[in-house]
Design a protein around this ligand. Structure first.
Ligand code: HMG
Length: 385
């Protein structure tokens, strides 16, 4: 039985900054951001958006009444949790008005947990093929103003329906996961911004990619030529290039050039939004499917990486109706508006964060279908428009 991704939808905020403008304000050569890091724009998050509102927005785009009837479980994969006990999936389920007989849970392992959620969902669907699982990978990547990580921030959610006989990607049996206790990136319980050993993290990422790919090749006998494209977790677009070049080295044959071209197609949306943490690999997959030279029957490789650290390489076969089962990311990105760097800084500092006090946000400026209206008696108040 084929099991995999049946539908995919993306949501982010409706505002962004131009990274050339950020570079100018930070006294950095803009080419460092646009070429050295490989990012052009970055999503800006108002205090009225968080992983619950973004996740609900993405999920709302893909769920039809028929999908809702078959749904057994909602898994939110995130490292931007909004409560230390309660799963954000419960809030998402409530905002979407879904049946109470649905299991709701949250998963964490840095940027990797979206992949864990998909693999766990495969297991649930294998046990009950008539049921489906909604996986939502949602995050807000925050490093802090004036830090070296600032240019690699971003925000958004990718919602995916995992089912039998999927329409987008049938996941193949072999996957290789690999984990080691590594301090490359983490966020202590008292911090709203991540701590990171940036250069080290890029080296660990490449190391994990090579390890998991090699083991996958040993176990399957497949070579790079067997992939129409390889999709990477993209904390910034240059990271995917560094990892791919680490295995291609100086190859200039057709296979190597094809993988380079498809990598560029997978990076289009990340360049505009930034790091989604758990969702980045899957926004990369949507980007490749919408901008690359991909056809039904093609095999794609997927490399998932989460600091701390865990990596996984797996593969899937593109299904015939894939194009009709992806939300229109180009349209959503075209609808966004630019904000100035001072406005971004103001919004960055207006987040609810770890404040305990009651607070009411001005929700008028936010046109999203779901908003965080504030906090009362230590409870977050969400609204559905
Ligand atoms: P940095 O020190 O600001 O940058 O940190 P740099 O000095 O290394 O320069 C970056 C690149 O720009 C270099 O290219 C420079 O040569 C180039 P590279 O050698 O890497 O190919 N450059 C220029 N290019 C053109 N024109 C110029 C110019 N100047 C310099 N004028 C760093 C960069 C990515 C480390 C930093 O932004 C950071 O710490 N980011 C956050 C950490 C991160 O994203 N790590 C990625 C791997 S870990 C991961 O993916 C997991 C993660 O998503 C979290 C999770 O799992 O939850 C992060």
């Amino acid at each position: 039985m084929k099991i995999g991704i049946d539908k995919m939808a993306f949501a982010s905020t409706d505002q962004y900054i131009e990274l050339t403008e950020l570079a100018e304000k930070r006294g950095v050569d803009p080419n460092k951001y646009t070429i050295g890091i490989g990012q052009d724009r970055q999503a800006v998050v108002p205090p009225t958006q968080d992983i619950v509102t973004l996740g609900a927005q993405a999920a709302q785009k893909l769920l039809t009444p028929e999908n809702v009837r078959g749904l057994s479980t909602i898994i939110v994969a995130t490292e931007s949790g909004i409560d230390n006990s309660k799963a954000s999936a419960i809030y998402v389920k409530h905002l979407l008005g879904l049946d109470d007989y649905v299991r709701t849970i949250e998963l964490k392992e840095a940027c990797y947990s979206g992949t864990a959620a998909i693999q766990f969902a495969r297991g649930l669907v294998a046990l009950n093929p008539q049921e489906s699982v909604l996986v939502i990978a949602a995050d807000i990547a925050r490093y802090g103003l004036n830090t070296s990580g600032e240019v690699t921030q971003g925000a958004g959610a990718v919602a995916m329906l995992i089912s039998a006989n999927p329409h987008v990607l049938a996941i193949e049996a072999t996957s290789v996961s690999y984990s080691r206790d590594v301090m490359d990136f983490w966020r202590p319980l008292y911090a709203t911004e991540a701590l990171v050993d940036g250069k080290y993290s890029t080296n660990v990422y490449i190391d994990f990619f090579k390890n998991t790919l090699t083991r996958y090749q040993q176990r399957t006998g497949r070579q790079l030529a067997d992939f129409a494209g390889i999709v990477f977790h993209l904390p910034f677009t240059k990271m995917g290039k560094k990892a791919l070049e680490a295995v291609l080295q100086d190859r200039t044959d057709d296979v190597a050039n094809r993988l380079r071209e498809q990598l560029t197609a997978s990076q289009v949306y990340c360049r505009q939004v930034g790091n989604l943490y758990t969702g980045s690999l899957y926004l990369g997959l949507m980007s490749l499917l919408q901008n690359g030279q991909i056809k039904p029957g093609d095999r794609l490789g997927l490399f998932s990486y989460g600091s701390g650290a865990e990596g996984e390489f797996y593969s899937g076969i593109v299904q015939s109706d894939f194009a009709k089962n992806l939300s229109d990311v180009d349209h959503d990105l075209a609808e966004r508006h630019q904000v100035s760097v001072p406005e971004y800084e103001r919004l960055f500092n207006s987040q609810l964060g770890m404040q305990a006090a009651d607070i009411q946000f001005d929700t008028q400026a936010d046109n999203a279908p779901f908003v965080l209206a504030g906090q009362k008696n230590h409870q977050r108040i969400y609204q559905r428009r």
